[in-house]
Design a protein. Structure first.
Length: 228
């Protein structure tokens, strides 16, 4: 139902990637991890991945590898690829945010169901703020911080985890202080309503993302003609 140019390319890329050596796989993974939706739209990201796989296959036939070709400047090589891409899609960034937000609250409701034993519970309004703020932090860590440090080596490669933990911890402390000072009363939460809205938003966003992908891939069909 939601098959599109990106899923077609992604499926083929995964199949071709399995045939490469571990070193080539790691380099391609580090490069593609840098291509967040804030830098490269998802269609171009899959096209770039396919080009990298093709480049690795050709080098292997020559008895070489991506590591030999790129050298030590993986960060610079990745920067040039991103700079020459079609860039990000603002519509895709917004839709990606909504998709992850709906999924986040759907999972949160399931967790609450197992915790409270029902899909109806009472919470302080400040907690809603905490959940939404926590999602924003997770989104930033996943879509902005992780791509920044993906091509770094050693300790720097894990900096996004430390920054993310610090941000969540700081937000939890701020939220706790707000609850202690505001003295708000708890209100009943209808989990079924939240699940329904989250599911509806997820389906609508899926459809809109499909249409946006078709727009991004317009006049670029030659990239995938041989995959059909």
């Amino acid at each position: 139902m939601f098959s599109n140019e990106v899923t077609l390319l992604e499926k083929e890329n995964k199949k071709q990637l399995k045939e490469l050596g571990e070193d080539d796989k790691l380099i391609i993974k580090n490069i593609t991890s840098s291509m967040s939706v804030f830098k490269v739209n998802s269609y171009d990201a899959q096209v770039i991945t396919r080009d990298l796989i093709g480049m690795a296959q050709e080098l292997n036939l020559r008895g070489s590898s991506l590591e030999d070709s790129i050298g030590d400047d993986l960060k610079g090589f990745t920067y040039e690829i991103i700079k020459n891409s079609g860039g990000p899609s603002k519509i895709e960034i917004f839709l990606n945010f909504l998709s992850k937000l709906s999924g986040y609250f759907f999972i949160l409701c399931l967790f609450s169901f197992f915790n409270y034993g029902s899909l109806s519970w009472e919470l302080s309004p400040v907690i809603y703020l905490f959940y939404f703020g926590a999602f924003i932090i997770l989104f930033i860590a996943d879509e902005i911080l992780a791509p920044i440090f993906s091509t770094e080596k050693g300790f720097k490669n894990n900096l996004q985890i430390l920054i993310g933990v610090f941000m969540v911890s700081a937000w939890a402390i701020i939220n706790r202080l707000l609850r202690d000072n505001l003295h708000t009363t708890s209100t009943e939460v209808n989990g079924i309503l939240i699940v329904g809205i989250a599911g509806l938003v997820f389906l609508i966003v899926k459809y809109l993302r499909l249409k946006n992908i078709q727009r991004l891939a317009k006049d670029k069909k030659n990239y995938i003609n041989d995959l059909k």
